[in-house]
Design a protein around this ligand. Structure first.
Ligand code: MG
Length: 234
């Protein structure tokens, strides 16, 4: 179960009080929708983005991704206005995509963590207003509005540590009393920059080596594998 998992990784089981979860690509299988939305919206404005670039940029703000592509492909800085327009377009396309399904294995992992008496915290760069309702629908009685960090709570998003530091603060725990569960290189960097043990679930197409280079303490291939490690052993 979860305490064995901690001990195996040199963590003090009695200390753990909270698990900080990223959302896209961890709790929802939503990255394919983000790939569709980024590609479609970029092409409308004469820009292009590869699947790999979407996954590499995951976690940072939409503006950051657009600014980087404009610099790379147009050789100049993006204006705030064009970032606004392109990002709005990306959100519009995203909202026409079918709702992303809950990640297989996530409910089992969350229930094991909750049963162990730990707090479950959301730390996402997403700014969707309906976020809490979607979480509560997919994972009833696991999350509370108070224990959520979203795009609205932070000045500097991932890969900066601020989102995860804010998650620790909201849960009233220290860095060595929590673990982070992430899927994206920039999110992993943010977790480690906040000084937290970071579990990477490689739910996308990037090689494990990239997640390890980003600082992941451990990499698992998917959520069911992680959930099995947390569940009580027969
Ligand atoms: Mg993610």
């Amino acid at each position: 179960m979860i305490f064995d998992f901690l001990q195996e990784h040199g963590l003090e089981p009695k200390k753990l009080k909270a698990v900080l979860f990223d959302m896209d690509g961890v709790l929802f299988d939503s990255m394919p929708n983000h790939v569709t939305a980024w590609k479609e919206s970029m092409s409308r404005y004469g820009l292009s983005i590869t699947d790999k670039q979407v996954y590499m940029n995951e976690g940072q703000t939409g503006f950051g991704t657009i600014a980087a592509l404009v610099r790379e492909q147009f050789g100049r800085d993006a204006t705030d206005e064009e970032c606004d327009i392109i990002y709005q377009c990306k959100c519009d396309v995203f909202n026409t995509c079918p709702a992303a399904p809950p990640m297989p294995g996530a409910r089992e992992a969350l229930e094991a963590i909750k049963t162990a008496g730990l707090k479950c915290v959301i730390v996402t760069g997403s700014g969707q207003l309906s976020l809490f309702n979607r979480l509560n629908e997919a994972y009833p009685s696991i999350f509370t509005r108070e224990l959520m960090v979203t795009a609205f709570d932070v000045r500097h998003g991932k890969p900066r540590p601020e989102p995860y530091l804010m998650g620790l603060k909201k849960a009233s725990v220290n860095a060595d009393e929590a673990i982070v569960v992430e899927n994206a290189p920039l999110g992993i960097q943010a977790g480690r920059a906040a000084g937290i043990f970071t579990v990477a679930l490689n739910t996308g197409p990037l090689p494990d080596s990239l997640l390890l280079e980003s600082g992941a303490n451990v990499v698992y291939p998917d959520m069911p594998t992680f959930a099995r490690l947390l569940s009580p052993r027969p």
